[in-house]
Design a binder for this molecule. Structure first.
Ligand SMILES: [Zn+2]
Length: 82
């Protein structure tokens, strides 16, 4: 699945998602308009391609190197690092 990069429309940081995050989404998925974690409006960052292309494999460790923490909601107000 292609990896998409998003940031909050406000451009602000966020204590939940960090204000900028990457998500792996199926091509058939609807455009993401709100952060799945904090529900604030987000925009997809354009990388210059209309068709998403993956130039190298992106792993969770790569995402962490890029400063992204992968979080999964495990309960009310609780998130689990993956
Ligand atoms: Zn957020």
């Amino acid at each position: 699945m292609p990896l998409y990069e998003y940031e909050l429309e406000s451009g602000d940081g966020c204590g939940v998602c960090g204000g900028k995050f990457t998500l792996r989404r199926p091509l058939s998925a609807k455009p993401l308009t709100n952060c799945p974690l904090c529900k604030k409006p987000v925009r997809k960052l354009i990388s210059g391609f209309n068709t998403p292309t993956i130039t190298k494999p992106v792993s969770i460790s790569d995402a962490k190197k890029a400063g992204f923490t992968v979080l999964k909601k495990v309960g009310k107000g609780e998130y689990e690092r993956q």
